[in-house]
Design a protein around this ligand. Structure first.
Ligand code: AMP
Ligand code: MN
Ligand code: MN
Ligand code: MN
Length: 295
């Protein structure tokens, strides 16, 4: 009789404490990759990914820290994309961080952040908030990655607003004095860089975009056409009703589902690492399709 060896996928269940979206000081988080890893592990995370905005400079540290904490790891990033006049975020997981086109693509996406930041400061100066560029820089861990979040921290520190959400509402969103429209990567390029580096592209927090139903449909159709394969269903910025809505969307478009807190900072983030509900059943978790990319 032939003996069959059934090979088990490394990680293959939706009941898994996977947290595949968060930020470190390498982008706009306030913790180092090592401190994040320790926090994730303490909260019971089994599979982790650090997904800094437009940046993979923290990947080696994060992978080593995950290993030291006994967690499995997937490489990660969150790429800023302009689609239908709106900024959309595409998470990449399980890619090769040495891939030259990916490295160059992210570098080009980061380019222009500094000039944009100076224009943001000019806009804020016009309403009497001076020194915002220098003020924001004090909060920046990576000089190539000055973001609106760093301006928000400066405006809270200087007492203009009491919390970062208020800063975004009053100063940093469309039509407000510190808002500067910016052209990010194209959807085709971002998905292409990730998949070209053997990773999986995933639409981040879809409920956050101010799209009409037609625009949202176009996003999902084009994303799939370019090779995108996943969507975040359970994420820190979704409500319980939105978990259900985007679970349906994942099924409708044949996309795998991801789960991630989008944790940035103990002081600012509502959702801590590893504390979200599990993925709803009947969805294919992204980590099942990425089993051979898990470290
Ligand atoms: P940027 O890439 O410079 O445009 O900054 C975008 C970042 O700002 C996001 O990744 C969030 O971390 C943060 N952000 C956006 N909207 C808000 C908000 N309403 N409250 C707090 N943080 C926000
Ligand atoms: Mn952020
Ligand atoms: Mn995002
Ligand atoms: Mn994020």
């Amino acid at each position: 009789m032939t003996k069959h060896t059934v090979s088990q996928p490394a990680v293959a269940t939706s009941i898994l404490n996977a947290d595949l979206h968060c930020h470190s000081v390498v982008s706009d988080g306030t913790l180092t990759p090592e401190v994040l890893a320790a926090r994730a592990a303490a909260n019971g995370v089994e599979l982790w990914a650090l997904t800094d905005h437009d940046e993979i400079g923290g990947q080696h540290r994060a992978a080593a820290a995950a290993k030291a904490q006994g967690m499995r790891y997937l490489t990660g990033t969150e790429i800023s994309v302009t689609f239908a006049g709106e900024t959309v975020h595409i998470v990449g997981l399980g890619f090769d961080p040495e891939d030259a086109a990916m490295v160059q693509g992210l570098k080009s996406t980061r380019g222009g952040r500094n000039e944009r930041a100076r224009e943001m400061a000019d806009g804020l100066a016009k309403v009497g908030i001076t020194g915002a560029y220098e003020g924001a820089l004090k909060f920046v861990g990576n000089p190539e990655l000055i973001s609106r979040t760093h301006f928000a921290r400066f405006l809270v520190e200087s007492g203009v607003c009491s919390e970062t959400n208020e800063v975004f509402r009053k100063y940093l969103t469309e039509g407000k004095p510190g808002y500067v429209p910016h052209r990010w990567a194209s959807l085709r390029d971002a998905v292409g860089w990730i998949t070209g580096a053997k990773g999986m592209a995933i639409i981040a927090h879809p409920a956050r975009y101010k799209f009409t139903p037609n625009e949202e449909y176009a996003l999902f159709i084009e994303f799939k056409a370019h090779g995108g394969r996943g969507v975040e269903v359970v994420t820190g910025s979704h409500s319980a009703a939105e978990y259900v809505k985007y679970a349906d969307t994942a099924k409708e478009f044949g996309l795998a589902a991801s789960r991630g807190s989008d944790f940035h900072s103990p002081e600012e983030s509502r959702t801590d690492l590893g504390t979200l509900p599990f993925l709803p059943g009947q969805l294919t978790p992204v980590w099942e399709l990425l089993a051979d990319r898990i470290q």
